[in-house]
Design a protein around this ligand. Structure first.
Ligand code: 3EB
Length: 348
C-alpha cells in the first residue's frame, strides 16, 4: 500500500489505491474506516468483503499487474445496507453507493426502447431514491461506466443515449439543475459488460466549480447531442469544517471543442492546463490558495494502452504530483479524445 492505513484521517473523505493483496490488511481490520471500494480488473475478481459496497469495473489497470483497488476512507461509525440494486455504506457525513445493471438481451427481437437508456434511468432513479431515503440528498460525485460508449445503436451513439436518460433523471429528481449537478465522469467498458455506476453523496450541499477555459457541460451546443451531459467540472464537498475537492474527468477540451484531436501528447498537456486552471479557480473562489495540483491524487484513463508511457511522463512533467497517478485503459466519451484525468484532493 502507498501509505500506512491511517488511524486518524486527515480529511472527511480520502481515496487510496492498492492491490488485491493489500486488501487483506483492510479485511483483517474488519474494513475499518472504509466507506466503499471499487475494483478495476478485466478478469472476474472475487473478494470476501462482507457487506461492504464494492463496485466491479471491467477495465484494465496499466503500468502494474493485477487488479487496481480504489479505497474510499471515512470516519465510522457506518450504516451499511442495500436498497433495490444500490449497495451503500454511510458515515456521519458521506454515503458511498454502487449499482450494477445489465442490459436486457435484444436477441430474438428488438427491444421497444434503447436498452442503455432504460437501465441508465433505472440506475439514477434508484440512486436518487436511496440518497434521499438515507438523508444524503446532495450527490457530489458520480462515476459512470458504460459498455461500448462510442458504439452506435438504433442510430444514436450510446454515450448520447446515456446523456438523454441522465438528463431525464436529473430533471425528474432535481428542480434547478444547472449549477446543481455532481462532478462526474463517463467512460467506456468493453462489450458484454454491465452499466456500473458508483457515487458519493453528502448531507451538505457542495460548491460547484466550473472551468474558466471550458463551457459548462449543460451548455454544450447540440452538435454533441440533443441532450447535453450534466456535470460540474469539480465539487468542493464539505462536512463540518473540512473540505475535499472532487475533480471531474478532464480532457483536452477548450470551450466546447476537442483540441489536438488524436494527438495524445498535446492532449495530455492541454488536459494538464485545464486542471491547473480549474484548481486556480477553486483557490480564487475560496479567496486563498487551498489546493495545489501537486497535492491531488490523479486517476488517468487512456484509450490506447500503448500511450501510457507518454501520457504518464507528460503529466509528471506538468503536474508534478507527489503521489503517483493510477492508470486505466478505457474508452473516452468523445471518440477523438485519447486521455482523460480526474482527481481528488484535500486542502494543503
Ligand atoms: C468533457 O469535458 C469530457 O458525461 O459525465 C468529462 C466528465 C466528460 C464527465 C460525463 C464527460 C463526463 O466533456 C468528457
Amino acid at each position: 500500500m502507498r501509505r500506512e492505513v491511517p488511524l486518524n484521517n486527515r480529511g472527511p473523505l480520502e481515496v487510496d489505491y492498492c492491490t488485491l493483496d493489500d486488501l487483506a490488511v483492510c479485511r483483517a481490520q474488519g474494513w475499518m474506516d472504509i466507506l466503499g471500494l471499487t475494483i478495476f480488473s478485466i478478469d472476474d475478481v472475487r473478494v470476501d468483503t462482507g457487506n461492504l459496497p464494492v463496485a466491479h469495473v471491467k477495465m484494465a489497470p496499466l503500468g502494474n499487474t493485477g487488479a487496481l483497488c480504489e479505497v474510499w476512507r471515512a470516519q465510522g461509525p457506518f450504516r451499511t445496507g442495500q436498497m433495490g440494486h444500490v449497495q451503500y455504506r454511510a458515515s456521519d457525513n458521506f454515503v458511498f453507493g454502487c449499482i450494477d445493471l445489465t442490459e436486457p438481451s435484444t436477441a430474438g427481437g428488438r427491444h421497444p426502447d434503447p436498452t442503455l437508456s432504460m437501465i441508465t434511468e433505472q440506475a439514477y432513479t434508484e440512486l436518487f431514491r436511496c440518497i434521499e431515503f438515507l438523508g444524503f440528498p446532495h450527490l457530489v460525485r458520480i462515476w459512470n461506466h458504460l459498455p461500448e460508449i462510442n458504439c452506435e445503436a438504433d442510430g444514436l451513439e450510446r454515450y448520447r443515449q446515456f446523456n438523454e436518460a441522465r438528463q431525464r433523471s436529473f430533471l425528474a429528481f432535481r428542480a434547478g439543475v444547472a449549477g446543481n449537478v455532481p462532478a462526474a465522469c463517463a467512460l467506456g467498458s468493453p462489450q458484454e459488460t454491465s452499466l456500473v455506476v458508483y457515487f458519493l453523496a453528502g448531507k451538505e450541499t457542495g460548491t460547484a466549480i466550473e472551468n474558466p477555459r471550458q463551457i459548462s457541460s449543460w451548455d454544450y451546443p447540440a452538435e454533441y447531442g440533443a441532450f447535453s451531459p450534466m456535470f460540474s467540472r469539480a465539487i468542493l464537498a464539505k462536512s463540518s469544517n473540512e473540505a475535499v475537492l472532487l475533480v471531474s474527468g478532464t480532457a483536452s477540451i477548450v470551450g466546447h471543442q476537442t483540441v489536438h484531436a488524436n494527438r495524445v501528447l498535446d492532449q495530455a498537456r492541454e488536459t494538464a492546463s485545464n486542471l491547473c486552471a480549474l484548481v486556480a479557480e477553486v483557490n480564487r473562489k475560496s479567496g486563498q490558495k487551498v489546493f495545489s495540483t501537486q497535492q491531488l491524487q490523479y486517476k488517468v484513463y487512456v484509450r490506447h494502452r500503448e500511450d501510457y508511457e507518454v501520457v504518464a511522463q507528460e503529466l509528471q512533467r506538468t503536474l508534478r504530483p507527489s503521489v503517483s497517478p493510477v492508470f486505466l485503459q478505457a474508452d473516452i466519451c468523445r471518440s477523438d479524445l485519447l486521455v482523460e484525468v480526474e482527481a481528488v484532493g484535500l486542502p494543503c
